[in-house]
Design a protein around this ligand. Structure first.
Ligand code: IPM
Ligand code: MG
Length: 359
């Protein structure tokens, strides 16, 4: 199979972690007889430095012309003072919107080898943590009007949160379909005791539920959900929620599994061309020090093979190689614990590549 992958190395630790994922993809290609070719795309702070724009139109076009996009991370303190519309993160939001990837899938699953890295009590972890957050990605407050105005010396900042029925329905369907393929339980998370957009959200989810009688739908307020994720995470199978709630809850969910550095994500819209990225940030404090954990990006590459290229055996092979690396006791600094062998970002890539086997 021949595929073109747009690589967005980005800022901070982005280039180091993407390099390891690319090496893993190349090894998979060699083992299974595929050809992956890569197009470099500038986005984020590095694109601001190079072009004065976090995502120039020409870079977005490269992504749209590729079969899928693999992204490291963007942002950093260097660009903290640029105007809101020109921030590195704005490049990411424009990419998501430009690709139309409205559905973001963020798994929260504990690796048994890392149970001790979870900040939760062992008794809670042992109940099992294995759920998916389906996050709406191109609507809501992230994409509403943002403005700050000063009238008579008083400054007001405004961010508008809007959801149309159609936007809720399409992400709701992804939630139900995802639950249908798993434990058949879908929890819709909103703030319907306060927000109109959440009341519409809840109404649409219940209307959809009639089409998915095999899936059990429940509702949860987002503040309660934040609490339940640490109190009793084993109750969840699939959560479906709006953009900002999904952003916040997915950081929380990743942390209880041990390290945010381990969690991949996929973002898809109506075509097979997806955007794959680890859910962590650019960690500028450790950039260039060979300390970063590349596994979130490597597992994102596995998701790309599974969901965009329909190569499940190849994706399984990567996940097994990651498990073999953990089983052998290797750990990057973020998940290091007593008795384990600490390795850097590149050595982590080396060991995973050596562990890769054709199934
Ligand atoms: C994420 C990140 C982004 C988001 C930022 C970098 C814009 O936090 O992917 O979770 O808020 O969506
Ligand atoms: Mg986030």
């Amino acid at each position: 199979m021949n595929k073109t992958i747009a690589l967005i190395r980005g800022d901070g630790i982005g280039p180091e972690i993407v390099e390891q994922a690319q090496r893993v993809l190349n090894k998979v290609a060699e083992l299974y007889g595929h050809r992956f070719s890569y197009t470099d795309v500038a986005m984020g702070g590095c694109a601001i430095d190079q072009y004065g724009d976090p995502l120039p139109e020409s870079e977005l076009k490269k992504c749209l012309a590729s079969d899928s996009v693999l992204l490291g991370a963007v942002g950093g303190p260097k660009w903290n003072d640029v105007p809101g519309t020109m921030r590195p993160e704005k490049g990411l939001l424009r990419l998501r919107a430009g690709m139309g990837v409205y559905s973001n899938n963020r798994p929260a699953k504990i690796w048994p080898q890392l149970a001790d890295a979870s900040p939760l009590k062992r008794s809670i972890v042992d109940e099992g943590i294995d759920f998916i957050i389906v996050r709406e990605l191109i609507g809501g407050i992230y994409f509403g009007e943002h403005k700050t105005e000063t009238v008579d010396g008083k400054t007001t900042a405004i961010d508008v949160l809007t959801y149309g029925e159609h936007e809720i329905e399409r992400i709701g369907r992804i939630g139900f379909e995802t639950a249908r393929k798993r434990g058949k339980r879908l929890c819709s998370v909103e703030k319907s005791n306060v927000l109109d957009s959440s009341r519409l959200w809840k109404k649409v989810m219940h209307r959809l539920a009639e089409e998915y009688p095999d899936v059990e739908l429940s509702d949860m307020l987002v503040d309660n959900c934040a609490m339940q994720i640490v109190k009793n995470p084993s109750q969840f199978d699939v959560l479906v929620t709006e953009n900002m709630f999904g952003d916040i809850l997915s950081d929380e969910a990743s942390m209880i599994t041990g390290s945010i550095g381990m969690i991949p994500s996929s973002s898809l819209g109506s075509s097979a061309c997806g955007l794959y990225e680890p859910i962590h940030g650019s960690a500028p404090d450790i950039a260039g020090m060979d300390l970063a954990n590349p596994i979130g990006t490597i597992l994102s590459a596995a998701m790309m093979l599974r969901f965009s290229f329909d190569l499940p055996r190849e994706a399984d092979a990567i996940e097994k190689a990651v498990a073999a690396y953990l089983d052998a006791g290797y750990r990057t600094a973020d998940i290091m614990s007593e008795g384990m062998k600490q390795v850097g970002c590149r050595a982590c890539g080396d060991i995973i590549i050596e562990s890769l086997r054709k199934e």
